[in-house]
Each structure stands twice: as C-alpha cells, then as structure tokens.
Design a protein around this ligand. Structure first.
Ligand SMILES: CC(C)(COP(=O)(O)OP(=O)(O)OC[C@H]1O[C@@H](n2cnc3c(N)ncnc32)[C@H](O)[C@@H]1OP(=O)(O)O)[C@@H](O)C(=O)NCCC(=O)NCCS
Length: 183
C-alpha cells in the first residue's frame, strides 16, 4: 500500500465525483442495503444531492495509486438547522443553537474494506476537519454500531444524546460533538 493521496472537493465539483461517491457507497453498504431500506443507494443519492448542493459542502476522497479507497464529506449547519430536530435527549437550548458558522456536520465517512484498519479512515476524517473555521463538529452514529461509536470516542468525539432524524426508516443515532481547534 502506498501513501494515501487525499484530494479536496467543494460543491462546484460535486457533479464530477457524484458517480464515484455512489459507487463506493454501493460497495461499502452492499450487505446493509439487503435488509435496511435506509441503506439503499437511491436513498443515499438523495441525501448526497441534498448535501452537495449546499455552498459550504466539502469532501475529501482518498486515493491509493489512483484507486479511490474511501471518502468523507459534510457542510456547516445553517441557522435553525433541522439537524437537531430529531434530538430526543433534553439539552440546554444554547447547545443546539446554530448560527450558520458554529458547527460543521460530518455527514459521511466510509472506507472500502481493503483499506480498513490502515489509518485511512482517520486520515480522511482529519483532512476533512483540518483548518475548519467552525468551533465544533457534529456527526450521527447508528446506535446499532457500538464499535463505530467507540471508534469516534477514541478520536475525541463526545456523545450529546439520542437522535432520530425525521426521515422515513431512519435509525436511532448517537449525536456526537467534537471541539475543533480555534485558529
Ligand atoms: C467507519 C469506518 C470508516 C472506520 O474505519 P477504520 O477506522 O478502518 O475502522 P474499522 O473498519 O476497523 O471499524 C472499527 C470497528 O467498527 C466495526 N464497524 C465498522 N463499520 C461498521 C458498520 N457499518 N456496522 C457495524 N460495525 C461496523 C468494524 O467491524 C470494527 O470492528 P472490529 O474492531 O471488531 O473489527 C469503516 O469501518 C467503514 O467504512 N464502515 C462502513 C461505513 C460506516 O459505518 N461509516 C460510519 C458512519 S457513522
């Protein structure tokens, strides 16, 4: 395995990499999609298009000798973000108050099987969040995937509470937060 080449994209390039992102998703979530309607490529494509349409959308794709190995993407939450709408845990109102510049949402992180446990996932995660101007990041992790939850905790993320997005078939998630270094 050679050194990972990480390339950065923004919403202007979303159409160029859309098929690549869908292909990697289809491979990574093939097993899950057999039984979980939330994991189908069609549903994911709708979500991807919604996210990548946003001005602030950013994406990193990892390449190993020009082979795509995984990616991560997200965008800042807008003021009054629906992101927190499905939060089931009571928290002080200011914790979920969004200004449009306060929080970067890490929407997706996935790595193809041969590149798991190689540090690739962490490198993509770090590259996506590096130099972000927001004070914090947030992500949602499926409560049925405790090992992924533990992985994020080992990377410094803290659990805020339970959240079920108001989307059909959405699972119950842990909502997590990570303080971002201030520049
Ligand atoms: C999450 C991910 C990027 C982490 O990659 P990594 O740092 O190389 O770590 P691993 O793949 O070893 O994952 C850590 C553990 O979580 C488990 N895990 C990973 N994804 C999982 C999933 N979707 N469902 C259930 N368990 C999962 C792994 O089996 C592993 O368990 P193990 O230590 O017993 O082998 C990678 O596992 C992945 O792409 N998973 C599928 C997509 C996904 O679930 N993304 C996270 C969305 S919040």
């Amino acid at each position: 395995m050679t050194a990972l080449d990480i390339r950065h994209y923004d919403h202007h390039q979303a159409a160029d990499i859309r098929q690549l992102l869908l292909d990697v998703y289809a491979e990574v979530y093939a097993e899950a999609a057999k039984t979980d309607p939330f994991a189908t490529v069609d549903r994911f494509a709708k979500g991807l298009d919604g996210w990548s349409r946003r001005d602030g959308w950013t994406c990193v794709v990892g390449y190993d000798q020009d082979q795509s190995v995984g990616y991560a993407y997200g965008a800042p939450l807008p003021a009054g973000a629906p992101w927190w709408g499905g939060l089931l845990t009571e928290v002080p109102a200011d914790v979920v108050e969004e200004t449009g510049t306060r929080t970067y949402a890490l929407s997706e992180l996935m790595v193809r099987l041969p590149w798991r446990k190689t540090g690739t996932a962490r490198q993509l995660h770090d590259a996506l969040l590096k130099d972000r101007p927001e004070e914090r990041a947030t992500l949602l992790v499926d409560q049925e995937h405790p090992k992924v939850h533990a992985l994020y905790e080992s990377w410094g993320w803290q659990t805020l509470g339970d959240l079920r997005p108001r989307i059909p078939d959405a699972p119950l998630f842990h909502a997590m937060l990570l303080d971002l270094p201030q520049h």
